[in-house]
Design a protein around this ligand. Structure first.
Ligand SMILES: Cc1cc2nc3c(=O)[nH]c(=O)nc-3n(C[C@H](O)[C@H](O)[C@H](O)COP(=O)(O)OP(=O)(O)OC[C@H]3O[C@@H](n4cnc5c(N)ncnc54)[C@H](O)[C@@H]3O)c2cc1C
Length: 347
């Protein structure tokens, strides 16, 4: 195993939509940078189930000024968006070191050393500045209950086909859970839902999902266990506890699909010395520049929100990060915009 040293002015970590948008701008500004991603470009989107459509409209998730068109003018699918990202990387000839995870960041006088693990072994990069665009969905949230590690418990929604003619309990009540429940129902699964709140929140469920899920629940085609949380999974049964009364009941299922959100991995920011505020580990930044409390360390994209419970940062309100960072790096005036209060308590 060989170790290769790279020297660059800037390390950009993360090649999701926001990282790619920043890369285009760095290149256009003629800045010297190295771009790394632990997986393939758009790795977070790779993890969506096949055919998943974005909730956002196409113009809001278009990046780098490149229009995003779909053949039928509907919202973009996972596959169409990955195709779009590949095209942008080709069009701007972006050099991205995919499958190279940054494992450690060490501060040194005048910059940082990055220890990375590439496909063919460890590497090291020495840089003066860092841009962390590492996203907010490093891993699925877990329930932390007995039986959660069994094969019948799925923490990611990979394909509705898996549940054809099987009993499936979807845990969660936000858009991802509702969409998974609907898709699995249509794929021939016998679906039920457990959600800790007394009902779905119509104000926060996408308008094209809510009427359908409501209709299927009213007609008994999807069973809803409102106000419950799973407390144990034992082979073919799940024990649900009523959050109000504490009363437990057991239901039969073949699979449990947890759709209860994701956690962010803020470890790189921590290693770089960035102050992470509160339980949600929101990085401390100067909103005008996206620079953190550590000079020359910038955070961009959904990573800016830390561990988001109720997601408030999406691609559409992260475009502005690119302009702010480029302005800070080149000494130009930052673009103006509505500030987002990243530290506001979530409802
Ligand atoms: C089912 C589903 C539907 C969604 N729909 C929408 C939607 O409609 N609109 C929307 O805006 N958002 C949507 N999202 C969220 C969307 O995925 C994010 O908004 C978007 O991917 C964020 O972009 P980003 O560039 O900030 O981060 P990401 O896309 O998460 O990219 C971060 C990148 O950093 C890399 N990385 C992380 N750690 C390291 C490391 N240590 N070393 C190297 N690389 C690293 C990762 O591999 C990843 O590629 C959805 C998410 C899900 C799960």
């Amino acid at each position: 195993m060989s170790q290769t040293d790279t020297y660059a002015q800037i390390a950009l970590i993360g090649a999701g939509p926001v990282g790619i948008e920043i890369a285009v701008a760095l290149r256009q500004a003629g800045l010297d940078y190295v771009h790394l991603d632990a997986g393939q470009i758009g790795q977070t989107i790779v993890g969506f189930a096949p055919g998943t459509r974005f909730f956002s409209s196409n113009e809001r998730i278009a990046i780098a000024g490149v229009p995003l068109q779909t053949p039928d003018q509907t919202k973009c699918t996972r596959e169409q968006y990955l195709n779009y990202l590949r095209t942008i990387v080709q069009q701007f000839d972006l050099q991205i070191r995919t499958y190279e995870r940054v494992n450690a960041i060490v501060r040194e006088p005048g910059g940082f050393i990055l220890n990375t693990e590439a496909i063919h072994g460890p590497n090291r990069c020495r840089v003066r500045k860092l841009i962390l665009a590492t996203g907010g969905t490093a891993g699925p949230r877990k329930l932390g209950i007995t039986g959660e590690n069994q094969n019948c418990v799925h923490h990611r929604f990979t394909d509705p086909h898996l549940y054809f003619r099987r009993k499936l309990l979807v845990v969660g009540g936000k858009n991802s859970a509702v969409e998974a429940a609907l898709r699995c129902h249509h794929a021939g699964a016998q679906v039920s839902i457990s959600y800790r709140r007394p009902a779905l929140d119509s104000a926060h469920i996408k308008y094209w999902l809510y009427p359908e899920i409501s209709g299927l629940i009213s007609s008994g085609q999807i069973a809803a266990h409102w106000g419950t949380v799973p407390v144990a999974i034992d082979g073919s049964t799940v024990t649900l506890r009523d959050v109000q009364t504490g009363v437990q009941r057991t239901i039969e299922t073949d699979f449990v699909l947890l759709q209860i959100g994701f956690h962010a991995d803020m470890s790189l920011a921590r290693m770089a010395g960035v102050e992470l505020v509160g339980e949600r580990e929101v990085p401390k930044i100067n909103e005008a520049t996206m620079e953190t409390n550590v000079p020359d360390v910038f955070v961009a994209g959904t990573a800016v929100g830390g561990m988001q419970e109720q997601y408030r940062l999406f691609i559409e309100n992260c475009h502005i990060h690119t302009g702010r960072i480029i302005a800070a790096l080149t000494g130009k005036a930052p673009p103006s915009s509505e500030p987002v209060d990243y530290l506001r308590p979530e409802s």
